[in-house]
Design a protein around this ligand. Sequence first.
Ligand SMILES: [Zn+2]
Length: 109
Amino acid sequence: MHELAIAESIIDAVLERTGDRSVTVVRLQVGRLSGVVPDALTFCFELATAGTAIEGAELEIAEPTGRAHCRDCDVDFVVDDLILLCDCGSADVEVVAGRELSVTSVEVA
Ligand SMILES: [Zn+2]
């Protein structure tokens, strides 16, 4: 499962910085175009933190909306799925937000 690998790399990155301190909250940014399902990620996170200093920590996930910029008509528009087409019909668009996948903050006890 894709989300399990992501959860494990998040946990490794957090543990690397927090060491043995007990972690109470982990905040993430998971963009709507990142391809990651927040519910599945939360499930995997809970599984994979068992026995670590992060066990029992709350996972807070922010989901930034996808945004793209059309090079043909020079407007920004909201993208809710992976179909990157401007209203003008152009596919010459650049994703400017929504692919985030990062830890934004961590709280330790
Ligand atoms: Zn356009």
